[in-house]
Design a protein around this ligand. Sequence first.
Ligand SMILES: *Cc1c(COP(=O)(O)O)cnc(C)c1O
Length: 271
Amino acid sequence: MSAPSSTQTRHDKHGRYPVATTVEDFQRNLAAVQARIEAVCRRVGRDSATVRLLPVSKTKPEASLRMAHAAGCRMLGENKVQEAYRKWEAMQDLTDLRWSVIGHLQTNKAKQVARFAAEFQALDSLRVAEALDRRLQVEGRSLDVFVQVNTSGEASKYGLAPEDMPAFIQKLPAFTALRVRGLMTLALFSSEAGRVRQCFVLLRTLRDRLRQSAPAGIGLDELSMGMSGDFEIAIQEGATVVRVGQAIFGARPLPDSHYWPGESSTEESRT
Ligand SMILES: *Cc1c(COP(=O)(O)O)cnc(C)c1O
């Protein structure tokens, strides 16, 4: 696979990744994505060990997830709590498989997340922080969390506005079961690499600024940004976690509008 040009993202490939149907398919796709991560790290002088690949399994059936596990995946990202919880329940036999919830959470689902998730990447309100913390205390657990920032300015994207972040992180130490690790964002959906890159640069520079006044115990080392269509740009801009679904699992049956309200349902109308 060749690297994308510097002016184009791979969002045009949405929906066109071949579906992985064997463990070998998963091994090959994982190796290909990992090779792309290593190639971009070499180009920008980063150690590829500082970039974690989080495979995203949303919409995919249990059989696919089991193949991904057999191919070496030990943490899977899921966008919707109900779906993630159902899969977790069904795959209790895979005792080394951990779950990262990467989609918006409603407070009435905090109980489920507190029970099964190892990581939550979409913290975007104090109400959710409170609900999660309370449920985690009950479970006697703690949870790694990322604060989601809306870097594209699109109303359809979840996340806190960058200007609300300084006050927000000052309040987080109160929630002792939440281990704040860093920030997460979804970039603009665009085939123009420059506009996508701006979102990643915004997240990194926001993080650098927040660090100067972050309360003790609030970690801001992690930047979760980049997906199948744009993870190379994200790594160039400092991503420490890339969330990759389709390039590993293959195209999804459901349009992205199912996950990101307001998102147009076809790539054609998006670009
Ligand atoms: C689905 C999803 C991804 C992965 O998207 P792909 O295009 O499949 O790589 C990343 N982040 C979030 C929040 C998602 O919901």
